[in-house]
Design a protein around this ligand. Sequence first.
Ligand SMILES: Nc1ncnc2c1ncn2[C@@H]1O[C@H](COP(=O)(O)OP(=O)(O)OP(=O)(O)O)[C@@H](O)[C@H]1O
Ligand SMILES: [Mg+2]
Length: 298
Amino acid sequence: MEYVIETTAVSKIYGKKSAVNKVSMHVRRGDIYGLIGRNGAGKTTLMKLILGLVRANEGSIRLFGSNNLDEGRKKVGSLVEIPGLYKDATAYENLSRFSLLFGTPQEEIQPLLEFVGLGDTGKKKAGAFSLGMKQRLGIAVALLGNPEILILDEPTNGLDPAGIKEIRDIIIELKNKGVTFVVSSHLLDELGKVATTYGIMNNGVLVEEISAEELRAKCRKSIKIVVDDVEKAKAVLTERHPEIHLETAEGSLKIFSDVDDLSEENKALVQEDVRVYEIVTTNESFEEFFIEKVGQEQ
Ligand SMILES: Nc1ncnc2c1ncn2[C@@H]1O[C@H](COP(=O)(O)OP(=O)(O)OP(=O)(O)O)[C@@H](O)[C@H]1O
Ligand SMILES: [Mg+2]
């Protein structure tokens, strides 16, 4: 498999602290790679390493299957931390200045502004934009030159639900045009829903890299049954469903297979003198999976 971004045991050490610790990440073309981790997990530093904004202490990075990072980075757009916009300039003027700086064609500007929903902001200065508008302008800057990869550091941070949706829609539309994304988030927010692969970071370490599909399978549906006699309940249920996948805990058991009619199970248990106090159907959420990987917040 060829990856458009591949890091191999890459590390960045500040003083004695490994901000990024031997991270091997794999981004496939067309991915929306969700880089998830709490404050200080190392997300921004990893992005800066990929972009060449900081130097790695060890490890290697490949872009588009090549070690020629200068070439590769020409095809990578980014919005990392606060976009450095010209506050006293309009949206158009901002893009125009960055376009000159990057040497990209001016004809791109108006279509880009319209694409991010800033086509009619006219004379309004970027300094007077809402946070969501600033983020969208920042994304437009990142899109100059038609990059194949976009690296966005917490693009929805601080936005309201409507603002988050706007950013998410932009990402989906670009993905459909073939753009690959690395998007970070410390919250398991709306953005999480569009990712195709997750990289979960904790304390500088990439603790898990998992496709959305695998994750969905892991966060499968389960049925928790609270009873007075777990062993007996287990025997009854296993007798009825030999193929059942079941886990027991103190005072309850969990079934992971689909059982059509829960009232039938309830009846069978009661007939065998098992007291059923509660039956709850749950989906382990991504949030729970995440906490399992990185621990509770201190
Ligand atoms: N320039 C720097 N000098 C010293 N330490 C740094 C520097 N940049 C980052 N760090 C440290 O490295 C660790 C990782 O920081 P980083 O900003 O990459 O995390 P993050 O996941 O982006 O966090 P956040 O969600 O707060 O943005 C933190 O402990 C941070 O204090
Ligand atoms: Mg950060």
